[in-house]
Design a protein around this ligand. Structure first.
Ligand code: AMP
Length: 327
């Protein structure tokens, strides 16, 4: 059975980008393979974060996974930090990726521009090494990700290839799986930028209330042309709203365009807001129930045990291949 793995960093409140890019698809993917779903809490340390916020965000993501319809019995849902093999494998794998490769990663370049040159942590530079460990520990075939993470998955493939050539078949080569519609949801306030967790105007947060969601969509940046057409270069705002609508209505962009042909921007935005509210409000209700019942705790404990059982075998295999003495 195919193995599928995906993770989300608890660096901030999750956005509609995370939801459309990854969360929404998990429910159906669980019928297609064995899923390992984790909270990338060690990755969250690569940028400064308050301890209490890290804790809250991590618990929230566990609840979001369950609210997205993942069955904790069928899937392995866990915290990255509770399976120490991730960190151990990263120490080994850091020797098989090169400084040049790491410095060419877009995420590293973007983040380091934002940081003071003297305060760029090693963790942000070495991020793809830990991410490769996350993936390779579970002999994963498929990684559902948004477009922004494809470069890291490709680097993981390079690393796995390099390692396999040197030591013989050790790692499975993973394949990124990117949505046809919704691989990159853009900011509502600047539709040329990715919707990411740090822009309260341009983001729709998964816990925003109904009124806020409607308000943010009604004030999304568009253009003066007043035709609803998908054209990322000339009409990035309208294209983004069409993408959100199509992803949440399970239709193609062409079908969405047809649906709105002749419609004014005001009515178009109202309808987009309606599908977002219809999707997120019941999702938020499930999240609240899971949070208050504490059901996420059991899921994470069980998940850590199941993940560790697989990860420890891979780590042992790697240690033997490279000549570390295993007792
Ligand atoms: P992160 O928030 O960086 O931990 O990302 C978690 C997952 O959500 C990754 O698979 C990302 O590629 C995906 N993701 C994040 N932001 C977006 C976005 N704006 N559009 C689509 N997918 C996204």
């Amino acid at each position: 059975m195919a193995r599928i793995l995906t993770g989300v960093k608890p660096t901030g409140t999750l956005t509609l980008g995370n939801y459309i890019g990854v969360l929404k698809n998990l429910k159906s993917l669980q019928n297609e393979g064995e899923m390992f779903i984790f909270i990338a809490d060690l990755h969250a340390l690569t940028l400064p974060i308050e301890p209490s916020i890290l804790t809250k965000n991590s618990i929230d993501i566990a609840c979001f996974y369950l609210a997205a319809g993942l069955d904790p019995k069928k899937n392995t849902i866990f915290l990255q930090s509770s399976v120490s093999e991730h960190a151990e494998l990263a120490i080994i794998l850091q020797n098989y990726l090169y400084m040049g490769e790491l410095s060419r990663m877009t995420q590293y370049k973007d983040q380091s521009i934002k940081l003071n040159q003297n305060a760029i942590g090693l963790g942000i530079f070495a991020y793809p090494v830990l991410m490769a460990s996350d993936i390779l520990l579970y002999d994963v075939d498929t990684i559902p990700v948004g477009e922004d993470q494809v470069q890291h998955v490709e680097l993981t493939r390079d690393l796995a290839n390099r390692f396999n050539k040197r030591y013989g078949d050790t790692f499975t080569l993973p394949q990124p799986l990117v949505n046809k519609v919704g691989k990159r949801i853009m900011s509502l306030s600047d539709p040329t930028k990715k919707m990411s967790k740090s822009d309260s105007k341009g983001d729709i947060y998964l816990l925003d209330d109904e009124k806020t969601i409607r308000k943010k969509i009604m004030s999304a940046v568009t253009d003066l042309d007043n035709t609803i057409k998908y054209d990322v270069n000339k009409k990035p705002g309208i294209s983004n709203l069409l993408t959100i609508y199509a992803a949440l209505s399970d239709c193609s962009i062409e079908e969405a365009e047809k649906h709105f042909s002749g419609c004014g921007y005001g009515d178009f935005k109202k309808e987009v807001a309606e599908v977002v509210v219809k999707e997120l409000v019941p999702f938020q209700e499930r999240y609240q129930e899971i949070l208050s019942s504490g059901a996420y705790k059991e899921a994470l404990e069980e998940g850590a045990k199941k993940a560790k059982a697989v990860a420890s075998k891979t780590l042992l295999r790697v240690k033997e291949k490279i000549g570390l003495v295993t007792l």
